[in-house]
Design a protein around this ligand. Structure first.
Ligand code: E4P
Length: 230
């Protein structure tokens, strides 16, 4: 399941599903806001249910939008009820480093049978602890790490080794893609999945020299046809 689409855009999801190259979708509040989703929680529900149906049986990640314990649990249970393939995204900690989320992540996975994608992580050690807490997915923000001046590939390789060494079930999603080359580079480093915006997945496919070559084939094909008719 190597490539997920990091978007809330229905047309793009449908387009890449038709090509058969994606195996899941990730969203977050920023993505849905930029996508113009309105109507509060009901708007998010409508969009998420739509995406979940489109991508099923592949997973869709939807992120909780609160930090208060009971509210996180309530939102997580509600989101999970929107589809069997809905995975609930929870940030590894709160805005000031509060660690209650880790307890909630553990509780959701072990007591409520809800799959959790632990998100907004910047290094292998955060992801390792989230995996120990029982997370189904651990999301490492590759582009943001690189922007801080570190190469995320080292963190990915280290994390993959740890997950394999201790037979942890968590799958590594590397997100926050910034360049086309990130996708293959991060998969090669050991990521199970890279989630990327549609323009970057398209960038993997379209090549100027391929365009030129296709034009040559079409031109010569037309010449051949003309000869046959002559
Ligand atoms: C991953 O799941 C996130 O949705 C996303 O990749 C975050 O990326 P950003 O750094 O572009 O916000």
């Amino acid at each position: 399941m190597p490539i997920f689409l990091d978007t809330g855009n229905l047309k793009e999801i449908e387009r890449f599903l038709r090509m058969g190259v994606i195996r899941g979708v990730t969203t977050n509040p920023t993505i849905l806001f930029k996508e113009g989703v309105t109507g509060g929680l009901r708007g998010i529900e409508e969009r998420s249910r739509h995406i979940a149906k489109l991508v099923a049986p592949h997973p869709l990640s939807v992120e909780v939008m609160t930090t208060e314990r009971e509210a996180v649990l309530r939102q997580a249970k509600e989101f999970a009820s929107w589809g069997d393939n809905v995975v609930v995204k929870v940030t590894v900690h709160g805005p000031d480093g509060e660690l209650e989320n880790m307890e909630i992540i553990h509780e959701l996975e072990t007591r409520h049978d809800i799959r959790v994608n632990v998100t907004a992580m910047m290094n292998a050690q955060q992801c390792f602890l989230a995996a120990l807490a029982g997370a189904s997915y651990v999301s490492l923000f590759g582009g943001r790490v690189n922007n801080m001046g570190y190469n995320v590939c080292g963190e990915i390789t280290k994390l993959r080794k740890l997950l394999d060494q201790f037979s942890l079930k968590a799958r590594i999603i590397v997100g926050s893609t910034r360049e086309v080359l990130n996708i293959v580079e991060w998969l090669e480093a050991g990521a199970h999945i890279v989630t990327a915006v549609p323009s970057l997945v398209e960038g993997m496919l379209v090549h100027p020299y391929t365009k030129e070559t296709v034009k040559m084939f079409l031109q010569d094909g037309a010449r051949l046809e003309a000869k046959l008719k002559a």
